[in-house]
Design a protein around this ligand. Structure first.
Ligand code: NAP
Ligand code: MG
Length: 478
């Protein structure tokens, strides 16, 4: 088959003006960290250093907490919802105005394809601010009692896989409900949160309403170790989530945790075939598989397994891996060397434990962190690649014969964040959705997000909901 070669189509970096160093954003201003420590953030596609970023310590946490507390009591909490809404609308509009800059910056710092940061991360981040802006003056009618009150101040710790979008998921509902925030972005992807801080300045958000503390795990730990936050919202690994829950047990701090997943994407023999193939690809190879709700376990009905695998392999052969800033790129860079090591190790365990490994031939750039799209077949439910979250572009394929067996295999996990069902039969979708232990069940689609729709987990995937009306409840003393 003749292959049509694409010419390079790189997005321009000129829209981004990186500073050589960044301070912390506290009480409406960029400030130097008290202990004077910093770290470098790199472009994982080239290993180029992008900027030097301040590392916040306990003293900086103290300052940010004081600023957030004062802003909450004196300004943001008492402000009428309709006024708060204006700020949220303004932030949403500025995100849209600066969309290209944010998309390029996100791809530089994270390694994700520009197609995804441009078409998913940035528009959805703006959509979250728009959506929650609409709630700010309607809280009395949201079903949480006649006049629900904000909790107070929220510490929000976010991961590196969707840096800007996770910031929006956390900040927008907290702000709409009258809370103030201290946001801690991940060490490998601090830059979009810092541009967001610039956007808050541009929107003239009152000082202290949002504070951004860049740093590493110790910064997050210092934030949690304080006993005077009213809320801690965390997205990241199950391990750190458990540590946070232990730390805050017995305190009055409200906690929500959005942790890992090992989602089943279930394909029945009557599924719309081509759509299902695209859904499988989107389910696990979107964002290099750095997605907590990724469809990392494909459960395919035995009667169509061979045909599905053949079509899947053909499709993977057309995916383009490389420069994240190229508009034709499908698979970008792995976010960090540490994450790459983890993926390599888990993939090796799959081979060792007897599964069969396959990747399309594709050339891997010399510098940076890369992993080819990979499929494992002949996977047994006991193998590590069927149980542990790989958080990379690796699909484990299992088969089933009956709907009961599909449910049993899908639920055979300690996680429960999401699941997908592909079938022509509406009644089967409902039957499956009733039985799958997962916070989100997609039908004939996958990885579809919307600010109006609640998202969250069961079991070791955590608790609490983000998005929709449910997302308000996490920040209200109702
Ligand atoms: P992680 O360590 O849980 O990181 C998540 C956030 O928590 C980051 O901001 C991190 O800061 C911070 N953090 C780290 N240690 C902390 C502590 N003791 N107390 C408070 N905050 C702390 O996750 P990771 O190491 O980046 O990734 C490990 C695995 O987690 C991945 O392989 C994946 O399986 C899973 N993960 C899940 C999601 C998700 O969306 N549910 C997202 C990312 C990762 P630093 O980044 O600065 O260390
Ligand atoms: Mg980086």
């Amino acid at each position: 088959m003749a292959r049509f070669e694409y010419a390079p189509a790189p997005e321009s970096r000129a829209v981004v003006s990186l500073r050589s160093s960044y301070g912390l954003y506290v009480d409406g201003e960029f400030v130097e960290p008290l202990e004077g420590k910093s770290f470098k953030t790199i472009n994982p596609a080239s290993e180029e250093v992008l900027a030097e970023v301040a590392l916040a310590g306990a003293g900086d946490v103290e300052r940010a907490v004081a600023a957030a507390r004062r802003a909450q009591r004196e300004v943001w909490g008492p402000m009428p919802g309709a006024e708060r809404a204006k700020y949220l609308f303004r932030v949403a509009r500025i995100i849209q105005e600066r969309a290209r800059e944010l998309a390029v910056l996100e791809s530089l710092d994270n390694g994700k394809p520009i197609r995804e940061s441009r078409d998913v991360d940035v528009p959805l981040a703006a959509a979250h601010f728009f959506y929650y802006a609409g709630w700010a003056d309607k809280l009395d009618y949201a079903g949480f009692g006649p006049s629900p009150r904000p909790l107070g101040i929220a510490g929000q710790i976010i991961p590196w896989n969707f840096p800007l979008l996770m910031a929006a998921w956390k900040l927008a509902p907290a702000l709409a409900t009258g809370n103030t925030c201290i946001l801690k972005p991940a060490e490998t992807t601090p830059l979009s949160a810092l541009v967001l801080a610039e956007i808050f300045q541009q929107a003239e958000l009152p000082p202290g309403v949002i504070n951004v503390l860049t740093g590493d795990g110790s910064t997050g730990a210092a934030l949690v170790a304080r006993r005077d936050l009213d809320k801690v919202a965390f997205t990241g690994s199950t391990e750190v989530g458990k540590a946070i829950q232990r730390e805050l047990a017995g305190t009055r701090t409200r906690v929500s945790l959005e942790l890992g997943g090992k989602a089943a994407n279930i394909v029945f023999e009557d599924a719309p075939f081509s759509q299902a193939i695209e859904g499988i690809v989107n389910g696990i190879f979107f964002n290099q598989g750095h997605v907590c709700c990724a469809g990392s376990r494909l459960l395919v009905q035995e009667s169509v397994a061979e045909a599905v695998l053949e079509a899947l392999k053909r499709r993977l052969g057309t995916l383009r891996l490389g420069d994240p800033l190229d508009k034709n790129t499908d698979i970008g860079a792995i976010n960090s060397e540490r994450q790459l090591d983890k993926i390599v190790e888990l993939a090796a365990s799959g081979e060792r434990e007897g599964a069969e490994r396959w990747s399309p031939s594709c050339s891997i750039p010399e510098r940076g962190y890369w992993f080819p799209p990979t499929i494992f077949t002949g996977v047994a439910p006991s193998q590590r690649i069927a149980r542990e979250e790989i958080f990379g572009p690796v699909l484990s394929v299992l088969t089933f014969r009956t709907p009961d067996e599909a449910v049993q295999k899908a639920n055979n996990t300690t996680y429960g964040l999401s699941a997908g069902v592909w079938t022509e039969k509406g009644s089967r979708i409902l039957w499956m959705a009733d039985r799958l232990r997962a916070g989100v069940v997609w039908a004939n689609t996958f990885n579809r997000f919307d600010p109006t729709s609640p998202f969250g987990g069961y079991g070791e995937s955590g608790f609490g909901r983000e998005g929709g009306r449910h997302g308000l409840e996490e920040y209200l003393d109702a």
